[in-house]
Design a protein around this ligand. Structure first.
Ligand code: ADP
Ligand code: MG
Length: 659
């Protein structure tokens, strides 16, 4: 049946056959339209009159495809409307119908020009086409000097002229006017009627609803409706006037589908910004959850990354290819102090191994170091002659002590830069005698400054003496605190650490030591920071979810508040996906803005933080920020989906009737 265009019963453009429209009321239904039979030909001007509540608006909504009959057939140019989907109905409203309402139904945020252009946005016309046509239409209706005014700044008659221009925007071959003069003074009403007659003369089909016979007399045909049924029809009069003088609406978007889509997106973005601007405080409060969530994610990740980098820098300053052997079972083992099996001979045995580059025994104590009348507490390390090679320390002045010096318990020392600064601010240190406690030693060398060992220690004074000297003359013990091995460059770390363990186990007969390589320290630290980051990040994620729910909540409120707007958009031909897209974009925009503010807050926090703490900083990664934005977008989409879908599924008539 879709194709038999204008059927046997004449050139009816709109044809109603046995149409009922019933609304549920209490337990039963009430019929707003009963058994309506009506044919309207192209080019007619028809007035539908009846008392208030007689069903005029219901009939009008059915004719304009805003509403559907409960029973009966409605055909437009031979096509059965019941067989059309929501998007096809939207297309009909967009391309063929133009609505004029009693209370204008203009969008208050948009200017006169913006309101007039709206149907063309959904029709996919280019910006230039829209501007030009809206301009021309408003000019023809005597509104050329009001293009930039919002509806609130226009009189009723002017608003109605804007709504007429909107109805004509996409052509408006059938104009449906529901009480167009009902809210106007008589002069403005007469002006509106004059415009409608003029449009009729140009070939537009005009259907006019009114309860006022004076207004109805402008039409060439009067249909009277009472209690939902047609009780009188004056019938068609003259043949319709030909040819529209109005410039055609022009072809759809010159820029192609992508261009049209981008343009629609731009308009939706514009609308979203207007809506957000209209409720600034509410928008900001809505964003709060997102702001807090994003700010904490970004700064926590930066904090974790900053501390990780700091620690890794310290570790690599120690050297990445060293293995340290301690007595005991592990860090903080209380028995390790009583285990005295780690001996200088162990270090000698390790030095023999092929995978070992160099080895040093270590003992450790603290003393008061004194030169002249300056004294300071210093940490003394008893080490072997290869110590400086193992640790990668350079000698800046003088030289390190030799193997011979170690063999004869020589009272010589190498000091570090901190010690030199403290004890020898003005004197050349090499060749001077300093006291370590009560033991005098010759200073033979000064190490070059090196980027810190572990954090706070970087300020401490370090003095190196032969381990033999330290063990006999300073500490009085025969065992070592630790042995540090530098693994040969060609040897793999894990294999070397294993080889060291096996050798020492053979020598001691049991495992009374533990081996640390910097690799394993790094792994421990990395996994610790990862765990911390994960923990705090998951708290931040909770904040983001709460923020998302806040966004959803506000969007649901916004949809309810703007139901009338949605109805208007649907009446001028917005598809469901246009509406859905508009609300989704708004949700995403709220989240993105929240994300941007959150990142700004995190950066501000980082600036404050680094101001107060010198040896610790936040490392912001662009990747984390990008991820934050992606996250914000995702939240917008996920939590904006439900409200947007609700908006898109609204019934146009119900939406329009709400205010
Ligand atoms: P008119 O425009 O002639 O004043 P309407 O078409 O608006 O009349 O309404 C006709 C009848 O249908 C009225 O009795 C009205 O109460 C009823 N009606 C209209 N819309 C609805 C609706 N959405 N739900 C229930 N009843 C409705
Ligand atoms: Mg009405």
């Amino acid at each position: 049946m879709a194709d038999h265009d204008t059927g046997a019963d004449g050139a009816a453009l709109l044809s109603l056959r046995g149409v009922w429209r019933e609304f549920p009321a209490g337990d039963g239904t009430i019929a707003a339209l009963r058994e309506v039979e009506l044919d309207i030909a192209a080019g007619e001007m028809v007035a539908i009159v009846g008392q208030s509540g007689s069903g005029k608006s219901t009939l009008m909504n059915v004719l304009g495809c805003l509403d559907q009959p409960t029973r009966g057939h409605y055909r437009i140019a031979g096509r059965e409307v019941a067989s059309l989907g929501p998007d096809e109905l939207a297309a009909l409203r967009r391309e063929h119908f133009g609505f004029i309402f009693q209370r204008y139904h203009l969008l208050s945020d948009l200017t006169a020009q913006g309101n007039v252009e709206m149907p063309a946005v959904y029709a996919g016309r280019t910006r230039a086409q829209r501007h030009e046509r809206a301009h021309a239409l408003l000019q023809r209706l005597g509104m050329a000097d009001r293009l930039g005014h919002v509806p609130g700044k226009l009189s009723g008659g002017q608003q109605q002229r804007v709504s007429i221009a909107r109805a004509l925007m996409n052509g408006g071959s059938v104009i449906l006017a529901d009480e167009p003069t009902g809210a106007l003074d008589s002069a403005s009403g007469a002006e509106v009627m004059r415009i409608l007659e003029e449009l009729h003369a140009q070939g537009h089909t005009i259907i006019l609803v009114t309860h006022d016979m004076g207004v109805a007399r402008h039409a060439e045909r009067i249909v009277e409706i009472r209690d939902g049924a047609i009780v009188a029809d004056s019938g068609r009069r003259a043949a319709a006037a030909p040819a529209a003088a109005l410039p055609a609406a022009g072809p759809a978007a010159g820029g192609g589908r992508l261009g049209a889509w981008l343009d629609g997106l731009g308009e939706a973005l514009h609308m979203a910004l207007l809506a957000m601007n209209a409720h600034r405080l509410r928008t900001l409060l809505t964003m709060l959850g997102i702001i807090i969530g994003i700010a904490s994610v970004v700064s926590v990740v930066a904090l974790g990354e900053g501390s990780r980098q700091k620690v890794l820098a310290n570790i690599s300053s120690i050297g990445t290819n060293t293995v340290e052997v301690f007595s005991g079972q592990g860090f903080g083992d209380p028995r390790s102090a009583r285990i005295q099996t780690l001996r200088p001979a162990d270090a000698d045995a390790l030095a023999e191994q092929s995978y070992v580059d160099s080895v040093t025994p270590n003992v450790q104590t603290s003393v008061t170091a004194r030169f002249g009348n300056v004294d300071a507490s210093a940490s003394v390390s008893g080490v072997g002659e290869q110590y400086f090679r193992v640790k990668g320390l350079k000698i800046a002045q003088g030289s390190a002590f030799s193997g011979a010096a170690i063999a004869r318990y020589a009272q010589v020392a190498v000091i570090d830069e901190n010690t030199r600064k403290k004890l020898f601010p003005n004197t050349a240190p090499v060749g001077q005698v300093i006291f370590l406690g009560s033991m005098p030693v010759y200073v033979v060398g000064v190490t070059a400054k090196k980027d810190s060992a572990f954090g706070p220690n970087s300020e401490s004074l370090n003095i190196f003496v032969p381990y033999t000297t330290a063990m006999r003359r300073l500490i009085g013990q025969g065992h070592l605190r630790s042995v540090t091995v530098r693994v040969a460059d060609h040897a793999p770390m894990d294999a070397a650490a294993q080889g060291i363990s096996q050798l020492l186990e053979r020598r001691h007969g049991r495992v009374d030591f533990y081996v640390l390589n910097t690799d394993s320290i790094r792994q421990t630290i990395e996994s610790t920071t990862r765990t911390m980051t994960l923990l705090i990040a998951s708290i931040a994620v909770i904040s983001l979810v709460v923020g998302g729910i806040g966004v959803m909540n506000i969007m649901l409120v916004s949809v309810t508040e703007r139901t009338a707007e949605i109805g208007v958009r649907m009446a001028v031909g917005a598809r469901r996906r246009d509406i859905q897209q508009q609300f989704l974009i708004e949700a995403v925009l709220v989240c993105l803005l929240g994300g941007a503010l959150g990142i700004a807050a995190a950066l501000a926090f980082g600036a404050v933080f680094s101001h107060f703490s010198q040896d610790f900083s936040l490392a912001f990664s662009p990747l984390a920020m990008l991820a934050a934005f992606a996250c914000a977008t995702l939240i917008g989409v996920v939590f904006g989906y439900l409200p947007a879908r609700n908006a898109a599924r609204l019934n146009p008539v119900e939406a329009l009737s709400r205010d």
